[in-house]
Ligand binder design. Structure first.
Ligand code: WQD
Length: 339
């Protein structure tokens, strides 16, 4: 059984990816310092799959600990790297925290991948590398633009470092550019665990609906879009997770066309903020308390994916539609309120 290391395995996309990897027959081990996640997530993963996954609470910036881990796990055939801070807003007020954690952590991981001759690495990247795209939908060849935040910059630099690494190390890399991951696992065992006030739209919607937040503010109603609010490409976290299995399988069967490849992970659809609110109200039967307020600095007007390459090259198939995104998000919020 092929053993995969998932860094950030207790996190939102990491935990959903471990479920899909285990159900696809992979042995999985996790590294997560739980600075932004909870250790009990691994118990929930086992509730879903019946398979345990050990998490090693190591910070990737602790190189001696990371090196010792790899020395003790010489049978790792691939790494999926999620572990990074991801708050756009926090990164803008504290860029050095993000550069240190996200970039030094990745540099240490790349050093171990090179030294321990790990053949395959999948990197968690983001649509934020496209900035405010001139042409839509964006393809993998769309120009990368000034990212909206230091968080986005760590993704641009992260990809660039990997493009250089594959020139000297015997590793094949896939960068997966996520659009807007939302939703929770259909079993309602795992979902997005928000620390503090949510900055992302859907968690704010569900926390408003459950009564944790008084009102949702729509950031801007005067954009040049069909209803004046921003357009994004929302994609279910389980679809995102399954794409990582497709990527590892693609690498392991030797199908890679180059040492570094990029794939967009989006639904290919664009929804406005008001359309997301309407969809949530339709699925739940609830009336959401919201107001349209000022624009949020750094927001791009519209971005959504051309996902053809991932579908055709990786064999990626989307299974969750917008209603499922809303229904699973709401079910998860209701579970959190009961706990
Ligand atoms: C979505 C839309 C807001 C909250 C982020 C990361 C990006 C990627 C995807 C990882 C925007 C509006 C939001 C609210 C609102 N992450 N909004 N009221 O900024 O598109 O992208 O997630 O790969 O890197 O930046 O996501 O959910 O914050 O915003 O009106 O209370 O919802 O203005 O138009 P974003 P978001």
């Amino acid at each position: 059984m092929s053993k995969i290391l998932v860094t950030g395995g207790c996190g939102y996309i990491g935990s959903h990816t471990i479920v899909e990897l285990q159900q696809a027959g992979f042995e999985v081990v996790s590294i997560d310092d739980n600075s932004c996640s909870e250790p009990w997530v691994m118990d929930r993963v086992q509730n879903i799959t019946g398979i345990s996954c050990t998490n090693h609470p190591i910070n990737l910036c602790d190189m001696p600990a990371l090196r010792a881990f790899f020395a003790a796990h010489t049978d790792i055939s691939g790494v999926i790297h999620f572990a990074a801070f991801k708050s756009v807003g926090e990164s803008s007020t504290n860029p050095l925290k993000y550069f240190y954690n996200n970039l030094l952590g990745q540099i240490n991981l790349m050093q171990c991948v090179q030294d321990f001759k790990i053949p395959h690495l999948v990197f968690s990247s983001s649509c934020t590398v496209y900035g405010n795209p001139e042409q839509l939908p964006v393809t993998e060849e769309s120009p990368m633009q000034e990212p909206e935040s230091p968080y986005g910059r760590t993704k641009v630099i992260g990809e660039a470092m990997l493009r250089d690494l594959v020139k000297v190390a015997p590793v094949q890399v896939i960068a997966l550019r996520y659009f807007n991951p939302v939703g929770a696992h259909p079993t309602n065992e795992i979902g997005e665990y928000i620390l503090g006030v949510p900055s992302y739209l859907l968690p704010y919607i569900t926390q408003t609906a459950i009564g944790k937040r008084e009102k949702l503010t729509v950031f801007g109603g005067d954009y040049p879009t069909r209803d004046g609010t921003c357009i994004r490409d929302y994609i279910h976290v389980c679809d995102i997770a399954r794409a990582h299995v497709n990527a590892i399988q693609y690498l392991q069967r030797g199908a890679a066309q180059a040492a570094f490849e990029v794939f967009n992970l989006g639904s290919g659809l664009g929804q406005t903020v008001l359309e997301m609110i309407a969809s949530f109200e339709k699925v739940t039967g609830l009336k959401l308390n919201y107001q349209v307020g000022d624009r949020r600095a750094g927001d791009v007007v519209a971005v959504y994916a051309n996902n053809r390459k991932a579908r055709e090259v990786l064999g990626w198939e989307l299974q969750f539609d917008l209603d499922a995104m809303m229904a699973t998000s709401w079910a998860w919020e209701q579970r959190l309120a009961r706990e």
